[in-house]
Every structure is written in structure tokens, then in C-alpha cells.
Design a protein around this ligand. Structure first.
Ligand SMILES: Nc1ncnc2c1ncn2[C@@H]1O[C@H](COP(=O)(O)OP(=O)(O)OP(=O)(O)O)[C@@H](O)[C@H]1O
Length: 525
């Protein structure tokens, strides 16, 4: 089935459309690590080309070289068949290469139109720019409101702002780095429609994704990297998700074991009538949240981004206070008025959605990032003094058990690939042996094998008596490995129902805000 071949050259033999942007034999080394080893890739007019590979396979490195963010050690770039160099991203943008990265470069305090204006060289009045944004939004079906403050937007909305920002530059090539990992199924569908419109106009799209089913639907070509090397160029429509995963991983990808039933223990998290006001620039309101999670179970929260999931995470982690102290009880202790460190001392662990900047400090070394959430752990800090040997032992254990891959011995967090940083953050929290673990988007940007590993790890933590709360926009993920699912909509949470008693459709309806996720819930209401 797999038609493994080297990518065609820009001459585009046969019926291949012409290549717009091509990488030919690009090589990039970071110290001892060969991140890209003679990698070639041709992105063609009117096509959506997938770039696939495990975490750390070298995808972002390749993209960064193709847009001038970093320079290749050797190899060549061609644009419309002609050799080209991009000394910086502005040079690639000027030729018509637009990139939407996983980490958005937007200012929270500014509105959408102000953010977009910042990136534009020409002087244009804000109303004129807002009108252009609205025209673009209309043409490509992207829901973006020019005058909303970016700090109030969900991750999915921020992504659309970045896409609009790129499209205003009228790119010939659009590179989307894991665009759907933060989107709901509906939002993904909308994005696919946008991508189809763009390719129908003759633009070339490079689509990086770990979601193989959507790659098979959307893309006409896929390049697979493994360990920094080009492995194959295939037609994903003629592959199965399993055969693509095999190419990426070089072996079979394990599945998360189905939910096991076991005795549930005492409540580790009790949320009663938790209500928070929206705080204007940041953070939505929460209304009468009720939730109980017992030792041994995993509860999932589904919902369209921007419906209060972040506010709920912040309220649970203690980053946002303001409710009644009794509204949140962790491990039998009223915790509503406690900050994050005090909640950690109650053996709670938190993994926020944004790994760079929130879960991990970008410019701190990984070992120091371990210390950030383990300083209350008597095994690492004794009488206020950090035991360097214990800290490094913990760091080494996280890296080994969670298969965190990077170059060097103890790099800064920002040097890690997105998926490897996620594995690091999950590992750091899990090895603290929490009795309550709250995880927002556990597998965002993580490859299939690592995602399965993370889910299995969370399952094992639950089996060891931890209560786990998983907030995820990936409904398939929630259906695969949680015990009960609730839906968040407009700051309200439905009552969690056992996974086997609900359905995709019921959850989808509840996500729309109209109904509860199961008939019994409607009765209760
Ligand atoms: N600036 C850097 N300095 C040192 N090592 C780096 C740097 N950038 C990337 N790396 C390393 O290069 C390798 C490839 O990383 P890259 O980000 O390209 O992977 P990726 O395929 O995009 O992974 P992911 O799917 O997790 O985002 C990783 O091992 C990463 O740690």
C-alpha cells in the first residue's frame, strides 16, 4: 500500500502541479543533535501537503528553515523553481510564505485589529484594517471579531487571528503548524473548508498534524520524517492511519487500554456552587459549577474552546481566587481561598494548556523547571535547601520514564519540541504522585505513540488512587479513556455522565449549549 518515494523535483514530472516552495537536502544540527538530515520537501500549488513525524522528528526545524526563522547548515531552498535564501521571516513573508505556529505571537492586552496592525509595515487606519479583516473572515469562513481583546479569546480563536493575519499578506504558501490540535471537531471542519478554499485558489498549504485521519481526508501528499530523516512521500488518501503511524514510528502504535472498572475511593475534589465573575480583559465567568471526582476515576470535560474551561482550570489550580473557600475542597481540605503552592501541598497537580510560559518557564533549564512545582516536595527541598542530587535524580527519572527527547544535557525549556515539552510537564506532575491531577489538553501537539503513553499514564495514576480531571477539546480522546464526561458551555458545567451512557451526538449537542449530555441529565434539570 505504501508508495515510498523521494519527493519529486521542481520540474514536477507527470501530472504533479508545480512546486511553489521546495526544500532540497536541508540539514540542521543543534550541537550533537542532527535535527534535519538532508531533508527534501516540495509544497505544490493547489495542494495540501502533510508533514508527519513523531515528537522531535524535526518538523518544526524544517518549517523554521523554510521560512527563514533559522538558517540551514546546508541544502537549498527554491521558490518557483529558483534558488532563494530567506535571511529572516520578513524575507519569506515578502515572497509569500505565511506561517501559523503552535505558539501564537499575540498581545493579550490589544484587540485583534491592533495585533494585526503591529505586524504590518504599511500605515493603514484601524477601521480600514478592520474592514479588510472582516472581508477576509467572510471570504474564508473564519470567525474573528476585529475589535475583541485577544486576552479574551480562546486558543482556537487566537489561531484564527493568526490565520487571518497571514492571509492578509496574500501568501502563495501557507504553513499551518498543528492547527487542529486546539480545535473542536466543528472548528476543525471549518478550518478544512478554509484550507480547501485556499488550495482551490491555487495556494499551496503545508499542514503539520498528528491526527492521521484528518491528514488522510485533507491532504493530497504527505512527507514523513523520522529521527530528522526523510522517510517517505506518500499519498495519504491511499494509506490507513495505521500505515502512516507505522511510517512515522517505525513500529506499531499501541492503543490506550480501555477504561477499567475498579472500586472508587473517597472524593479527592469537591466543587460546590463555584461561581466566578468574568474579569473583563481576561477570564470568563463560571456559574454554579458542581463536580465531584473520587479517587480512582477520570472525569473528562468537553466543550468548545472559550466556554470557561480556562477559568475553571485557573479556579481549580488557585491561579484565580474569588469564590467561597468552601466551594473547592481538595483532599477534604477547603481550598477555595488557597493559592497554587498551598494546593500543591495538598497533593494536587496541575498541567495547564499552554506549556511554554505557563506550564514551563521558557528560558529556564529543564531541571529548574522541575523545581518550579516540586519545591514543596520534602524529597527535593529539605529545610529550605535544594538537594541538587535529588532534583537531578527526579529530572533524570522524568526524562527516562516519559521518553523526553532533546539535544544537550539540560536545555532551556524553549529548546524542546512541543510534544517533548508536554511529556516533560506531564512527567513532572505525575512523579509528584498527586492524589488529584487536573490536566488541560493532555495531548495537544503530542504524537500518536506519546499520546497513547500519556493516556495510559493518567489511567495508571487513577488506578493508583488519584482523581484525574481532564479538560480536552478532543472528544475522541475523552471517549477513549475517561470514565465520566461533562460538558462546559457558557461557563456552566453539565453533570458528568458515564461514558457508556452518552454518545458523541449527545455531547455535541451539549457543547452547543442547548442540552445536557444525556437524557437522564435533562430529567435532573
Ligand atoms: N534551538 C534548538 N536547540 C537545540 N535543540 C533543538 C532546538 N530546536 C529543536 N531542537 C531539537 O531538535 C529536535 C527536533 O525538534 P523539532 O521541534 O523540529 O521536532 P518536531 O518534529 O517539530 O516535534 P513536535 O511534534 O514535538 O513539535 C528535537 O530533539 C529538539 O529538542
Amino acid at each position: 500500500m505504501t508508495d515510498v518515494s523521494a519527493p519529486a523535483a521542481s520540474s514536477s514530472p507527470g501530472d504533479s502541479p508545480p512546486a511553489v516552495l521546495e526544500a532540497i537536502g536541508l540539514t540542521k544540527r543543534f550541537g550533537a543533535l542532527l535535527a534535519n538530515d538532508h531533508v527534501s520537501l516540495a509544497i505544490r500549488a493547489g495542494e495540501t501537503h502533510a508533514l508527519l513525524g513523531e515528537n522531535g522528528a524535526g518538523k518544526s526545524t524544517l518549517v523554521k528553515m523554510m521560512c527563514g526563522l533559522i538558517q540551514a547548515d546546508s541544502g537549498e531552498l527554491r521558490f518557483d523553481g529558483t534558488p532563494v535564501t530567506f535571511p529572516d521571516p520578513a524575507a519569506s513573508r515578502a515572497r509569500g510564505v505565511g506561517v501559523v505556529f503552535q505558539h501564537f505571537a499575540l498581545f493579550d492586552a490589544l484587540t485583534v485589529v491592533e495585533n494585526v496592525a503591529l505586524g504590518l509595515p504599511a500605515h493603514e487606519s484601524l477601521p480600514a484594517l478592520a474592514a479588510r479583516i472582516e472581508a477576509c473572515v467572510h471570504r474564508y469562513g473564519l470567525a474573528v471579531e476585529p475589535y475583541r481583546r485577544v486576552g479574551q479569546l480562546s486558543v482556537g480563536e487566537r489561531q484564527r487571528v493568526e490565520i487571518v493575519r497571514c492571509l492578509l499578506g496574500d501568501p502563495r504558501v501557507l504553513i499551518l503548524d498543528e492547527p487542529t490540535s486546539v480545535l473542536t471537531p466543528d472548528e476543525s471542519e471549518n478550518l478544512f473548508r478554509t484550507v480547501d478554499l485556499l488550495t482551490a485558489e491555487g495556494r499551496a498549504v503545508l499542514f503539520i498534524s498528528h491526527k492521521l485521519d484528518e491528514v488522510r481526508r485533507l491532504c493530497q501528499r504527505a512527507t514523513v520524517l523520522r529521527g530528522g530523516k526523510f522517510i517517505a512521500e506518500v499519498d495519504p488518501r491511499r494509506e490507513s492511519a495505521a500505515s502512516l503511524a507505522r511510517l512515522m514510528v517505525g513500529a506499531e502504535v499501541p492503543r490506550t487500554p480501555r477504561t477499567v472498572t475498579h472500586e472508587l475511593g473517597e472524593p479527592r475534589l469537591l466543587v460546590r456552587n463555584l461561581t466566578l465573575k468574568g474579569d473583563g480583559s481576561r477570564g470568563s465567568a463560571l456559574h454554579d459549577i458542581e463536580l465531584e471526582i473520587r479517587a480512582g476515576e477520570i472525569v473528562g470535560i468537553a466543550g468548545v474552546a472559550g466556554n470557561g474551561q480556562t477559568a475553571l482550570f485557573e479556579a481549580l489550580s488557585g491561579e484565580r481566587l474569588g469564590g467561597d473557600p468552601e466551594a473547592i475542597v481538595i483532599n477534604r481540605v477547603p481550598a477555595g481561598a488557597l493559592g497554587p503552592t498551598e494546593r500543591r501541598a495538598l497533593k494536587a497537580g496541575f498541567v495547564p494548556e499552554e506549556r511554554l510560559g505557563h506550564a514551563a518557564a521558557p528560558d529556564m533549564r529543564l531541571s529548574d523547571n522541575v523545581l518550579l512545582t516540586t519545591h514543596g516536595d520534602g524529597r527535593i527541598v529539605r529545610h529550605g535547601i535544594v538537594s541538587q542530587s535529588a532534583l537531578h535524580a527526579r529530572f533524570a527519572e522524568i526524562v527516562k520514564r516519559f521518553d523526553v527527547r532533546f539535544g544537550g544535557r539540560d536545555p532551556k525549556a524553549r529548546r524542546l519540541s512541543g510534544g517533548n515539552l508536554q511529556k516533560f510537564v506531564i512527567g513532572r506532575e505525575v512523579l509528584r504522585e498527586p492524589v488529584l491531577l487536573v490536566v488541560d489538553q493532555p495531548t495537544w501537539g503530542v504524537d500518536a505513540a506519546a499520546a497513547a503513553f500519556i493516556r495510559t499514564t493518567l489511567r495508571s495514576r487513577a488506578a493508583e488512587g488519584c482523581a484525574v480531571l481532564v479538560i480536552s477539546q478532543d472528544l475522541d480522546e475523552l471517549l477513549e479513556f475517561t470514565d465520566r464526561i461533562a460538558v462546559m458551555s457558557e461557563g456552566r458545567l453539565t453533570r458528568p455522565v458515564p461514558v457508556e451512557e452518552t454518545s458523541r451526538e449527545a455531547i455535541g449537542l451539549a457543547m452547543g449549549g442547548a442540552l445536557a449530555p444525556a437524557p437522564e441529565d435533562a430529567d435532573a434539570a
